[in-house]
Design a protein around this ligand. Sequence first.
Ligand code: ADP
Length: 306
Amino acid sequence: MIRARNVSKSFGDTHAVRDLSFSVNEGEIFGIVGPDGAGKSTLLRMVAGILPPNKGSIEVGGVDAASDPFTIKENLAYMPQRFGLYEDLTVEENIHFFGRVFGVSRREIAEREKGLYEFSRLGPFKDRLAGKLSGGMKQKLGLACSLVHRPKLILLDEPTNGVDPVSRREFWKILYGLLAEGVTIVVSTAYLDEAERCNRVALMYEGRFIVTGTPGEIKSGTGRTLVEIRPSDVWKAEEALKESGEFGFVIREGRALRFFVDDAKRADRRIRTVLSRKGIRAGAAETKVPTLENCFMEIISGGGNR
Ligand code: ADP
């Protein structure tokens, strides 16, 4: 569905996207995960044909995004972080408006409306002004408006940013529903729990994809083991481990410290040596199953296999 080759985009001295090549398969949900400023929005805008790359090319359904943006726009929906809903129009009026903008006939809009209300559960609110909706409902309305022309591909830029956890879960249910209908989805997020819900994920950092794969592949692909210790003094222990420079990224969770090691057994001895020098006691290092977040931190701290 998408094939990007050596795509770069700079704004002055800021290299927002650096020499990216990747593809997205038809019918999958592909997550672009990374912190603020990683380049996610810039990348999505280029895929949507809104922003031309400085270098490289992006094809959407075999059509070049920069040279033929009108053709690709017929088949895709792009939902930016701030989708331009008309707050002084009702839910229904917004759907009608965006339908007309996408060139959908009034008759077709009327036919599709029911389905859009069903999946978004906005039916009971169709006469409410968009400006009076909650954050989560606004995002659902934005999605409904983006879908009125039945796109094959949807690009969602941090759609659940600032949305409460219940609405986030509901939003993801909607995405899975679309996926079941054969729509291809690309979604950016800063939430790593959302990344776990994607078929494939790219971890984006400073304009690059650091690693791409299924969540399972990424978790096993760091090639290292996550261990946890519960030291007598967690603060001092954290400092001692960092100071030693042997253990890479250390994550503190309550009274426990977690970090990646090459070999859990050998590390166990080293940990005790480092800690006992500072008078800190700790039980044996326990092996843990990492979350994607743990792996991401490990990878961007430079410890993992790239
Ligand atoms: P993300 O979506 O991951 O937060 P962005 O793509 O918005 O990242 O931004 C990547 C980098 O490019 C940031 O340093 C940002 O300040 C810069 N940037 C993005 N858009 C523009 C623009 N229109 N003009 C100047 N700099 C920009």
